[in-house]
Structure formats: C-alpha cells, structure tokens
Design a protein around this ligand. Structure first.
Ligand code: GLN
Length: 294
C-alpha cells in the first residue's frame, strides 16, 4: 500500500476514475468497492450500483470522503470501522471500535453449532455465546434457530451496548448479560460457544490489529488464558449431552483438544475454516458415560 504522503489527487471526473485511483493505492478490489460506495452514500454491499454508475460524475465532496476513507484504510483501520458496518452470516451488523471486527473465519463456528443435532427442532435449546462483542455469533444463531434461547455475555459495557443495538435493529430476542465468561451464569446449557481472545500478548501480529480492543484479542503469554478459564468453567454449566465449542488460533487446535479432553469432554474434535486451518475445537459433556465428575 502507498504511503499517506503519496495520497493526493486533486480531482477525478468519474466514479470509475475514483475507483481506479483507490485501486492504485493498493486496496483490494472488494475494499475499494465498499469504501467507494460508502463515500458515495450508498450501501457498501451494493456492488452492482457501482457497475451501473461508473460513468457518473464524481462529486467533489464524495471524492474528498473517498480519499479520507482510503487514507484511514492505508493506516490499517478495518473497513468495518470506516463504514460502521459488517456483514456476518448474512446479517448486517453495526460495528465500532468498542468491538472486534467480526472475521469470516468465525462463520466456521456458527456452521458447526448449526450442524449440531441437539434436541429436536421444537424444543428450545439453551445456548450461550461468551465474549459476544458485536453479537455476531449469538445473533447469527438466533436468526437461524428462532426457537433457541440464546444468551450473550460480555465483560465490556461498550461491547454489550453495540450487541444490544444490533439485536434490537435486527429484531432478534437474544438475552444479554454482563459478566466474565460463565461466572455470572448457572446454566445448564445445551451449547456454549465462544470466540475468545486467543493471541499471545507478545505476538508481533497484535501490532497490526491496533485499531481493535486488545481485550478482545490478547490472552496471556500463550494466548490461551481465557480458553483455559472457559474450559474450566464449562463442565459445571453444561447439561448432559451439551457441547462446548471454541474458536482458537491457527496453531492452538491440539492444545485446545488436550484441554477439552483433560476436562472430561467427549467426542473432542476440531473444524477447519475456509483456509483449511483447524479454527475451532469442541467436545460434548456426558458425565455419566465418562464416569467423570458432575
Ligand atoms: N482471528 C483474529 C486474528 O487473528 C483474532 C480473534 C480473536 O482473538 N478472537 O486476527
């Protein structure tokens, strides 16, 4: 990507010329399209609009807005913070710096939770999403399974405000609770899901994520402090046959499976994301079969 000082272009004639300029700065085609649409006051997902209006004149105020958006993006700010929106599992979420920018990888966790054969389609399943952030996972599950009783937990008041606003706007009846992982909840739950922070505090990758809340990203020297806490709390909050599923880092699957097994969970397994990386691991709590505690 070009340096900020190289970003000056006094005027462009058409929307297409604005797009070409944004691409030349090093943005990907998709990011260029989303930011151009946003700068033009259009829905950032409506890429067809750009095709239909490429020869339209680029008004100077929109051109200034586009240059400012591109400048912010080149400084590493996620597109979702610039546009204030992110599409997750087909839902339009409002996003700001109080919450993690939801990743496509996390759709793997939602897919797995929806594949679970827990109960029948009529019986409400008790589901909790820990560290909900924008509400992405909880809202996707509630949208796809309206009969589930979905609770979403976060320690951050700011994150809960974002998630609650998303739930209200989308008309989804998720229950919100402030708390540290499962500490404020008794259960029992049929399903516990979480995308907790899992990056090691000294990981150089964190520097590139400086626009996002560090409390949603970093978790101790090996990145697994919160994963250990959740796995420690989960068995006493799961009903027999209930599942715990966690997203984790690209190199943490074996360690998370070992923790799940040591905690007495059964059927411990991992799921790969679209890049083929083991991205989530989980297991089922069957205390009577396991002969384990609880
Ligand atoms: N997947 C994110 C990243 O590595 C991190 C999200 C998280 O810590 N839960 O960029």
């Amino acid at each position: 990507m070009g340096a900020e000082s190289e970003l000056s272009c006094p005027t462009v004639a058409t929307i297409q010329a604005g797009c070409d300029w944004a691409m030349a700065q090093g943005l990907s085609r998709l990011e260029m399209q989303m930011l151009t649409l946003y700068a033009l006051g259009q829905n950032p997902q409506n890429r067809a609009w750009l095709l239909a209006h490429d020869t339209d004149a680029m008004p100077s105020s929109n051109w200034s807005a586009l240059q400012s958006c591109v400048r912010r993006r080149l400084l590493g700010e996620p597109v979702a913070y610039i546009t204030g929106h992110k599409e997750f599992y087909g839902l339009d979420l409002q996003i700001d710096t109080r919450v993690l920018d939801p990743r496509d990888d996390t759709e793997t966790l939602v897919d797995w939770a929806l594949d679970l054969e827990i109960g029948d389609r009529e019986t409400p399943q008790r589901v909790v999403d820990l560290g909900t952030g924008s509400g992405a996972i909880a809202l996707a599950l509630q949208h796809c399974r309206p009969h589930w009783q979905v609770t979403a937990v976060d320690f951050s008041e700011g994150a809960l405000a974002v998630a609650q606003a998303n739930a209200r706007r989308l008309g989804l009846g998720v229950t919100f609770v402030r708390g540290s992982w499962l500490a404020a909840l008794q259960g029992p739950f049929d399903l516990i899901v979480s995308n907790p922070p899992y990056i090691a505090t000294a990981d150089p990758h964190l520097a590139a994520l400086c626009h996002e809340p560090v409390s949603a990203l970093a978790s101790g020297s090996d990145g697994m402090d919160d994963i250990r806490t959740i796995i420690g709390q989960a068995p006493s909050r799961l009903c027999s046959g209930g599942w715990l599923m966690l997203e984790h880092g690209y190199d943490q699957a074996a360690a998370v499976r070992a923790l799940l097994t040591a905690a007495g969970l059964q059927d411990v397994q991992s799921r790969r994301d679209l890049a083929g990386i083991e991205r989530c691991s989980g297991g089922c709590w069957r205390p009577f079969l396991a002969g384990a505690k609880g």
